[in-house]
Design a protein around this ligand. Sequence first.
Ligand SMILES: Cc1cc2nc3c(=O)[nH]c(=O)nc-3n(C[C@H](O)[C@H](O)[C@H](O)COP(=O)(O)OP(=O)(O)OC[C@H]3O[C@@H](n4cnc5c(N)ncnc54)[C@H](O)[C@@H]3O)c2cc1C
Length: 418
Amino acid sequence: MPVHVARPRTREELVETIAAAAGAGRVVKVPGSGHSFTEAALTDGLHIDIGALRGVLDADPASGRVRVQAGIALRDLNQELHRRGLAMANLGDIDRQTIAGAISTATHGTGSRLQNISAQVEAIELVTADGQVHELTEQSDPDGFRAARVGIGALGAISAVTLRTVPAFLLHRVDAPLGLDEVLGDFEALADGNDHFEFYVFPYTEKALTIVRNRFDGPPRPRSALNVFVNEGIMQNVVGEWIFRLTRARPALIPRVTGLASGLLSEGDYIDHSFKIFSSERKIRFTEMEYAIPREHGPAAVRRVLEWISSNRYPVAFPIECRVVAPDDALLSPVYERETFYIAVHQFRGMEWRPYFAAVEEIMGSYGGRPHWGKRHLLTHETLAQRYPRFGDFLAVRDRFDPRRAFANAYTRRVLGE
Ligand SMILES: Cc1cc2nc3c(=O)[nH]c(=O)nc-3n(C[C@H](O)[C@H](O)[C@H](O)COP(=O)(O)OP(=O)(O)OC[C@H]3O[C@@H](n4cnc5c(N)ncnc54)[C@H](O)[C@@H]3O)c2cc1C
């Protein structure tokens, strides 16, 4: 529970607010949209809401470089880019996060040749507790820049970001239910043969829903408003909600319900602007854990999670989401210098997630898994230091930018140490 909430309207007000609070010995935290499942954005000190800092500062369609204020939400960013004939090269599956929140936890989409959102950043403007404004780039401060790209809010307040965008493009999305053996057996070819490949696996079944998205020259062939209303609005969000409520009330029904639900998976095929194809509306409340493991272990890890669920008859009806991401060099990026398979497990709100997530965490640990910073996990800095080759370098950057730990909270103390 923050002691106070500040709402600066300009970068100067942000600088003054931070310097005054830090000078008075207070801790501060700048949250984004509050979409993390971890306590990353929480504080019992000063909560600084930068919702007013959400403009486009500069855009050069020729180079694709676009500078935005840090509080811009991805959905507004997408619209602003689209108006200029530009787009983000890759995005995750919702668009409610702020750009600063998304990069700070290494938010990602899927694509074996594509990196996460923080790797699409060219420069970061960071306000530190002493009121200094740092312009961080690969040239000006290589370690500072690579730390701030995925900084978990621990270094300072990001006030602006320069993005490397690409010319606007269309994506052709095809959804197809397939047998699990087929998907896991063909995984490498499916991942490499498509721009964006992901699949969902249904516990207690041998079914998977594959989603491929590939660049397409056009023309667009979007879903009709009726189709979106029926499939996303009614089937996924309303019917899905009632199915999950039923399984929460009667967990013993879960194997039968997931069997029936996986039989209803439908094919889809449409073409639209990339940002419309990437994100969807998520109305069902759940909690989530996601791990990044070396890509080659992905199919075996999925099998082990399914076996654990079946042998423990664990009540979980939510599908397991599997994606791939190309390596990058941000010091705390879960895909740091390795081809990655992301595996995400979910649990419906109000249902016990701890034993399930703890078991998945143990399986992922056997592959040297690195948790998503914005999703539930139970690791502490002792273990994380072994999973990140440049963990010590990140801590050195933190000592430089935030020696008094003005930006610390319970989460940073757990995952980074005091
Ligand atoms: C329904 C749903 C779907 C999701 N889908 C995906 C997905 O497809 N892929 C994926 O990778 N993740 C996904 N996530 C996770 C989400 O993208 C991350 O948790 C992201 O960090 C949330 O962004 P936010 O703006 O809400 O940031 P918050 O959760 O508010 O904050 C996250 C961190 O960023 C820091 N931060 C935010 N703004 C600043 C700033 N200006 N300066 C310094 N630090 C700052 C905060 O202090 C905190 O440490 C999903 C989450 C939900 C709820």
